[in-house]
Design a binder for this molecule. Structure first.
Ligand code: HEC
Length: 163
């Protein structure tokens, strides 16, 4: 009797696994768009950012806020692929560092937003830094970034005032 139940259970587990594998395979048929549109105007180039700032921005922000996204292998595996593509799409909509605005007021607004997000520790997103160790910013790095950003914002403000 016990042996019989055990056999049935094994068979049941095999079926469940088979169904899960098929479902996982079907999920892969729904692939999101992983785009890298042309770079129009790069924030770090326009602002002539110093090397440390370039390094930090590239490591911590560019995957979600530029057209130079590095798409890792797991961005090809559903359901992670859907989440990652959505984060990149939403990130680019808010701030796209590859389509940096030429309008000083708009640029300043975005720079101030970035400074706030970094200062509050809201960016980069925690789920990103969980995987990307080099994107984790120390308190010193955060203040270095916000100080530089605030300087850029002040310069743009002065520029607008001078006109
Ligand atoms: C893993 C992807 C990811 C990374 C990395 C990332 N962001 Fe974001 N960011 C987003 C998403 C998604 C949004 C849209 C708002 C939301 O859904 O929370 C966003 C929104 C923003 C906003 C707009 C906030 C608002 O509410 O208006 C700013 C500014 C910003 N990010 C700056 C940065 C900076 C600066 C870095 C690097 C230090 C960074 N982000 C790193 C995904 C990311």
């Amino acid at each position: 009797m016990a042996v019989h139940v055990k056999m049935r259970f094994k068979k049941y587990i095999k079926w469940v696994l088979a169904v899960l594998i098929v479902l996982f395979g079907l999920l892969q048929l729904v692939q999101p768009e992983r785009t890298n549109p042309p770079i129009q105007s790069d924030f770090l180039t326009v602002t002539k950012a110093p090397a440390q700032v370039v390094t930090m921005f590239n490591a911590a922000c560019y995957d979600c806020h530029s057209n130079a996204t590095r798409w890792p292998w797991y961005s090809y595996v559903a359901p992670m692929s859907w989440q990652i593509a959505q984060d990149v799409s939403h990130g680019r909509k808010h701030v796209n560092l590859s389509e940096w605005p030429a309008t000083p007021d708009l640029a300043r607004k975005k720079i101030e937003d970035m400074s706030d997000e970094i200062d509050d520790g809201d960016m980069p997103l925690g789920k990103y830094t969980m995987i990307h160790k080099d994107a984790r910013l120390t308190a010193d790095q955060r203040s270095e970034l916000t100080q530089w950003l605030d300087g850029q914002a002040a310069a743009l403000k002065a520029q607008a005032g001078a006109k």
